[in-house]
Write a protein that binds this ligand. Structure first.
Ligand SMILES: *Cc1c(COP(=O)(O)O)cnc(C)c1O
Length: 461
């Protein structure tokens, strides 16, 4: 036993030492990786060693080898995609989750982590202004959160026309008409593909990428009365940060009996701030929502959240009890009844820790801080030679063009090579863009200043 314990001690001491070194340097190091995956396969790979190695030596090899291939996503100057950093309480809670090694599927088997997830779920509903009593499932990310909400919706709209998709499947099922905005996230299409629902019907969007509610109303008229419908809306456009017109769109969709799903991977968090909640007004009227804790809430990868207003449809879709329907639907249910897996990591625990460490006002300040930094960056970009901000910066996203696609790509490559900041290249409205996503809780004024300086270096001749 004592030999076992000292093995844990040594391995964890080494891991803790490397973790602390990383966290100390992450805010000032070259933001992008300096080695490729190909380089590192040569470091980590080769023939499978015949003999073993002490755990602490394994961790040293791993940490030292990985270092050049790590993205400093915890840096306040990292603005790639919408990845977010890691709050201290969330990171430390995640260590405990690994240490405890609980299978968080069943309440009676692992009550502590089930209770933490239940508490976190209740807090989330309150923070995001969603109906109390909705089911909350902790999944791997926004992709699976979209899948989960849409799977519950698929069950629900088919059940409504007397078709039990669990038993009868999709062969010969009534057709489900699925509508999406022109600028929905690709993972909505992917989820529909996983669900056997095929390609959706695309509704036009305005210049900021918001689905047009009047176009949705017109499109819905083509569906014969009584046929199943799912409508997908978006809170937070990846390029512009824009939000769909929820009140109008949900009203027209519900008038046709549709299930409405909202993909709010990073945008749903606007609801947690009194000064930003106007952006998500009306979202509470939807039937399901997807969001990410590993983005705006700054919980370590991975953690997405699927919320469904109709527990019966959620648990009928994911519950594993054959006799499920005689269970008490008003109870909290098992975590595994709200996610597409039976055995699972306790992903809600770091969420609980993040929320407990921030409190309601702390979450609001976090989101407001991201938006204020995005606005400062957008303002500063206006003084950068040849740069033009293409979107209305009301949230965390800034999309920049440098005149032509080739010039924008050149500046993108230069800024990434420079290493003082990281912004990603993308394509929006038929042109190449440089995109800033502010999603790290630690970004401060100095990070903004250094990033704008780096941008000026990148456009210099
Ligand atoms: C990031 C994102 C997703 C996908 O989330 P993952 O966590 O990467 O799976 C879906 N929708 C939107 C709007 C996103 O920003």
């Amino acid at each position: 036993m004592s030999a076992t314990h000292s093995q844990y001690d040594r391995a964890l001491d080494v891991a803790s030492k490397f973790s602390r070194e990383w966290l100390t340097s992450v805010g000032s190091r070259h933001v992008g990786p300096t080695a490729t995956a190909g380089d590192l396969v040569r470091v980590f790979g080769g023939p499978l060693p015949e003999g073993g190695l002490d755990p602490d030596e394994v961790i040293t090899l791993l940490a030292e080898g990985a270092e050049p291939g790590l993205m400093a996503s915890g840096s306040g100057r990292f603005y790639g995609w919408v990845m977010g950093g890691t709050l201290p309480a969330a990171l430390a809670a995640d260590w405990l989750v690994s240490t405890w090694d609980q299978n968080a599927g069943l309440r009676y088997a692992t009550p502590a982590v089930a209770a933490l997830e239940e508490a976190a779920g209740t807090w989330l509903l309150e923070l995001l202004g969603l109906p109390a009593g909705a089911d909350v499932g902790f999944v791997t990310g926004g992709t699976m959160a979209n899948f989960t909400g849409l799977a519950a919706g698929r069950f629900h709209v088919l059940d409504h026309v007397g078709w039990d998709v669990r038993v009868a499947g999709l062969n010969g099922a009534p057709k489900i008409h699925v509508f999406v905005g022109e600028e929905r996230h690709d993972t909505v299409d992917l989820s529909l593909q996983y669900l056997g629902l095929g390609r959706p019907i695309v509704v036009a969007a305005d210049e900021q990428g918001r689905l047009k509610a009047n176009e949705l109303a017109t499109a819905l008229e083509s569906v014969p009365e009584g046929e199943p419908i799912i409508v997908c809306l978006q809170a937070g456009n990846l390029h512009s940060g824009a939000f769909d017109p929820f009140e109008e769109a949900i009203t027209v969709a519900h008038a046709r009996g549709a299930w409405v799903h909202v993909d709010g991977a990073f945008g749903l968090w606007a609801a947690a701030s009194p000064s930003l909640s106007y952006l998500t007004r009306g979202t509470a009227g939807a039937d399901s929502w997807a969001t990410d804790a590993h983005k705006t809430l700054n919980v370590p990868y991975d953690c997405g959240i699927a919320i469904v207003a109709h527990p019966r449809s959620m648990r009928s879709t994911f519950g594993v009890h054959a006799s499920y329907l005689i269970l008490d639907e008003s109870g909290s249910g098992d975590p595994s009844e709200k996610v597409p897996e039976l055995s699972r990591r306790a992903r809600g625990v770091p969420v609980w820790a993040a929320l407990r460490s921030l409190g309601r006002s702390g979450v609001a300040e976090l989101v407001e801080g991201l938006v204020s930094n995005a606005k400062s960056l957008a303002l500063g970009v206006k003084d950068v030679e040849g740069a033009e901000v293409l979107n209305d910066v009301d949230y965390t996203q800034v999309c920049i063009s440098f005149g032509s696609d080739s010039r924008t790509r050149e500046v993108t490559q230069r800024i990434i090579a420079d290493g003082a900041t990281w912004m990603s290249g993308s394509h929006w409205k038929d042109q190449d863009v440089l995109r800033i996503s502010v999603s790290n809780w630690s970004t401060d004024d100095e990070d903004v200043r250094l990033s704008l300086e780096a941008l000026s270096r990148a456009v210099a001749p």
